[in-house]
Design a protein around this ligand. Sequence first.
Ligand SMILES: C[S@@+](CC[C@H](N)C(=O)[O-])C[C@H]1O[C@@H](n2cnc3c(N)ncnc32)[C@H](O)[C@@H]1O
Length: 413
Amino acid sequence: MSALTPILSSPGWELLASLQARQETNPIPLRELGGALRASGVEAGLAAAVLTQLALREAARTKFGPVASHMVFTRDGLEQATRLVVAVRHAQRFRSAGATRVADLGCGIGSDALAIAGLGLDVLAVDIDPDAAGAAAVNLRDFEGSQVRLGDVMDLDIAELAAEGVDAIFADPARRTGASRGSARITNPEAWSPPLSAVLRLARTIDRVGVKVAPGIAYDVIPADWHAQWVSVGGSLVEASLWSPALAPEGRGRSCLLLDEAGAAHSLASPCGEAANVPAERVEVAPLGAIIAEADPAVIRSGLLARLAQRVGAGIVSDKIAYLTGDDLPDSPFYDRFEVLEVTNLRPKAIAAALRSRDAGAVEIKKRGADINPEDLRQSLKLRGGTKELTVIATRLEGRHRAVICRRLPANL
Ligand SMILES: C[S@@+](CC[C@H](N)C(=O)[O-])C[C@H]1O[C@@H](n2cnc3c(N)ncnc32)[C@H](O)[C@@H]1O
């Protein structure tokens, strides 16, 4: 029996709905709620399933917002699910390209499928895991044009899918190992399930294909004519995805898309017509200027740091170290800026003295190209009583390890 079974039918479903409503108006800790359920005679298996679902829904709010209260999750499924704001971006590509029925291959709990269905397209969602497929079926329950199938996508006949009206494909291969897919990440795209090459081949029959991939994907496995996009949300890198030409109105190449908490989007792309799989352009090294800037991870992973540097007239502080520097770097959504106050040896004593002389009571520590442990450094600084928060950037300048004492500049955008 699946862990979800008790809540997918009556009376479990109704119990979950009533407790969800109660938790939203008058929340009590889940442990107390568990005690109350047992005291009122609710069978232990059902009580555990309901409590697990309430906890997963709560955890899912960071990815799904209030929609989470109407969904069901498995633990693995939630961990691997695309956050809704990003899934909606995927779905928009399908709608803009005129797709009508999208096959979501390896749908998990159905986040991408839900976003696609939500934009009015039909979805055929397939997963090999009964719990994931069961959750996806519940999550897609309000969309008549959606169907969930339990099965191995490697057994699907692409020509049959096309004959069934599927005119676009989304795939999000599983990229973890272990019984419950544990925590180890698989870096080789051919060891993903399904393998990347198997997904890319589908585009020979159905030309609208999108695939979510690991952000660390090597550029040389990306088809030259496709578009690869790295996405960050609130400054954290969340995914990369590859889009066949029919789903890439921006044309071939690479881009990054930065979504902020307020819903604003900023993107930067490689030069028009450049192949998606060319190596990243080198960034020139420049002497340390009045400002150091830390680019968003999506800019760096997409290989667009040189493009950003050219745009703002910056260089990097040392070869292969992705801190930009210059005297006059403008405010930008693509990086955080720090005013350089002083440069010291990368030794706790020297750093602590510089910080104390500037009345620092708190410090944020960043590092690139320096083998330090920020937490150990923070402990050894023993800052007390100061009133300011400053930043220490541990890095390499002119071949030597250095600490750059900085002040974070506010973003005005
Ligand atoms: C990364 S998750 C998908 C997450 C999904 N996009 C979402 O946002 O909810 C990958 C899913 O692929 C499924 N999967 C892996 N290999 C498969 C196969 N050969 N056939 C069908 N499903 C598969 C796994 O069970 C897992 O649920």
